[in-house]
Design a protein around this ligand. Sequence first.
Ligand SMILES: Nc1nc2c(ncn2[C@@H]2O[C@H](COP(=O)(O)OP(=O)(O)OP(=O)(O)O)[C@@H](O)[C@H]2O)c(=O)[nH]1
Length: 962
Amino acid sequence: MSGKLRVHELAKQLGVTSKELLATLKEQGEFVKTASSTIEPPVVKKMKAYYAKQNGGGDAVDQKKDEAAPKKPPLKKPGQNRAKPAAPKPAGAPKPAAAKPAEAKPVPAAPKPPAAKPAAGEPTPKQAGGPKPGAAKPGAVKPGAAKPGAAKPAAPKPAAAKSAAPKPAGAPKPGAAKPAAPKPAAKGDGPTPGAMPRPVPKPGRPRVANNPFSSNSGGGQRPPRPGGGRPGQGQGRPGPGQGGPRPGGARQGGGSRPSPADMAAGPSPTQMPSKAAAPGGRGRGGAGGGRGRGGQGGPNRGGFGGPGAGGGGFRGRGGRRGGTAGAFGRPGGAPGKRRKSKGQKRAEYEEMHKPNVIGGVRLPDGGGQTVRLRQGATLSDLAEKINTEASSLVQALFNLGEMVTATQSVSEETLQLLGAEINYEVQIVSPEDEDRELLESFDLQFGEDEGGDEALEQRPPVVSVMGHVDHGKTRLLDSIRQANVGRGEAGGITQGIGAYQTEVTLEDEPRKITFLDTPGHEAFTAMRARGAKSTDLAILVVAADDGVMPQTVEAINHAKAADLPIVVAVNKVDKPEAQPDKIRGQLTEYGLIPEEYGGDTMFIDISAKQGTGIDDLLEAVLLTADAALELTANPDMDAQGVAIESHLDRGRGPVSTVIVQRGTLRVGDSIVVGGNFGRVRRMVDEWGNDVEEAGPSRPVQVQGLNGVPGPGDNLLVVEDDRVARQIAAQRDARHRAAMQARSKKRVSLENLDQALKERSQLNLILKGDNAGSVEALEEALLKIEIDDEVEVNIIDRGVGAVTQTNVTLAAASDAIIIGFNVRADGKATEEANAEGVEIRYYSVIYQAIEDVENALKGMLKPVYEERDLGEAEIRQIFKASAVGLIAGCMVTEGKVKRGAKLRLVRDGNVITPDATIESLRREKDDANEVAKGYECGMVLSYPDIQVGDLIQTYEMVEVPRD
Ligand SMILES: Nc1nc2c(ncn2[C@@H]2O[C@H](COP(=O)(O)OP(=O)(O)OP(=O)(O)O)[C@@H](O)[C@H]2O)c(=O)[nH]1
């Protein structure tokens, strides 16, 4: 095994990261999965040469040499895009080159497509050129050349290639397939005698490659036996090969198995190997080839049986026929003139309906069908849709480089990539579409008013107040409430339900406006963004003494994204330093042009503190709403609305403030709100009064749900509790899957490097007073990034007090519980004390974030740094039977200490970097340390010492992290 290295070891040697090296290996068709995969010596050599060249060093010649032999043909790597379609493996094609015997020209290092370009005179793999067998010039052809390049570029077209290719199965498509191939068919004009189906014969000996699944790798691809590679005999033989035309005698020998690609892309049936076969030779492709299932084995298919084993494909009809032809020495006529035999037709049929094989797993071929999956779907979901086993998909995906379980949510890209591999177009359905489909299955629609225009009635605008911190949002909302009270509303607003209605008289007509009490905290941005969608219009509060600030801009962006008209409240104009005009000027830069400047945005100067300008502001809201919006709704339908704020109330259970958007909500209605359902048991308005029904734009607090909805969840009244329960259950399952997909980080080849590193997780359980705050907290905590070594893992979350169950879970998973505006109930506290579970309480989100950040930092492993202590030179060596060699030294720098670590340096080279001083003597006495200028005797843990060696001692000191 000498010579074999693991990826990370080689990466270290090459001075690149494992990830980079993995990428290069994969790019070059090597089958490596992880940083700890071993690499065969020839590949090691190749990589070294490659990097040497990349770095400008290394001689190209050597490199070429290295590559020449082992050079692999364009390997299809599993991970590669669409392995199979790769159809056009150029290589596979009739590379005349194939003919090339061993001396094959070392391929230029670059596996890259560009490299693919063969020299002008080179025979192209292109079918076009029908590689003339004879022509195949040995020297000329660089087998390698064909490679990568061709394979890759062409690759993308999987489906197309496939379907396009009528071609018969095993037939390796001759060049045709590759039109895309970079190779300019130099030989284009060449007669295509046999458009040899032959897979590209590898020049030289079979390389030891790392791709067990590749048709080309390892034994898979047969080296051309210059002398006798019989096409037919190889078990692994590509079917096509069979007919093996041995061009001009240059045998293509067992050539590599044609990649599926080759076949797939098959240009035309006519080029079938069978007949196209040997122009000149008689290949015995016969038997061997016939069976050569290899014929169909694609690169990946090779997984079956491995190279040489006959490939795993299914029957290579083409192969058989080819064999026959070869057996009878039929040269094979001009492709165009042949008629398809039944066998060929069957082969074509099989080709078109063949299953895909990825890494040895047979999967159905979608034939370009579309599969719709929800976000966060699992492989089980996909398996169910395409009627296959989830375990096969797990295995296939593994071979494509990603490790996931059947029930784990998979990212959109991964599903699409996997789908492409098996010829399915995977469409990920957006949550909105998914929900629409779900509701449609119950004959429901959300968001539409029933009936025609005549059913619509005017409704009050729903308004959000947004703005930068401390610019006066809360004060403004208070002033508006006060204004209400001032107008004599009975009792005043007593309930903080997250929304309220106020009445304004506009042109002698009493009108209502619904206000949302949106939180103005930065960490609640996500909620606010959702809140914006549930509103019709935004009041942007800007303090006249401060100006446009980051959250002002953010608020403008949210409003614009939600297509909300904006009314600007220029607040704090009572302050002497207020500069309302400056605000107007600043906001024009953001597209908010005051009416007085010719724009269409109303700016109202107010003092929320003194209550001035409030009425003008409310009027402006109505005027803007009337001008910009058509606010109508049908009050006579089952209610639909949106949840604004929800929490778990000790006495009343889950309570949720909703704004009815259309229809009328009544006590007793069966409702579904997000993933929760129930029956409206009671409704309360902002005054604390019970209400029996609530029409459009009316905010009410609803009791009777089975759980706590999230902000922005939609509410629907449905026929009965059963429907409500079913919809809620499906939404809930979907939500959980999405959460799982979001909070789980999968290990894939791309992040394997990191995954391999030891990681520490800080497990947390979040409990909060309402769904919005829990969500905001979770989002903020998940965003914390300290270092790759540590990460936050939220194992549970919920609304309400910290319970005993939470503590039990925390104890079992070593988690810390964070209570945001909630406390633990009595038993939970007792259990937490008994189990040693830490519960931290917060009411300010940033404090929680800060503490978690610090905790994560504390979990980082200490960073150590070498600090030099001193240096001694070995002047003499003594032998002592009891201890071995004793180094007689002179301390020349600093000091040396017993037990200290040391580097042994000889002639400027570090012989060992981390030996230790096992014993230290000064004269005849043991010493703990010896200072500069003194002689001493040492016994080192490293025995191979010589006079003249330098002993550099150092200690490892912990240093603070940045
Ligand atoms: N002089 C003056 N002070 C005001 C006015 N409006 C608000 N303030 C003061 O500005 C400070 C912040 O007001 P808030 O209403 O809490 O501001 P906010 O935008 O809700 O702040 P957050 O909730 O932290 O986002 C308070 O001290 C208010 O008293 C005003 O019109 N004039």
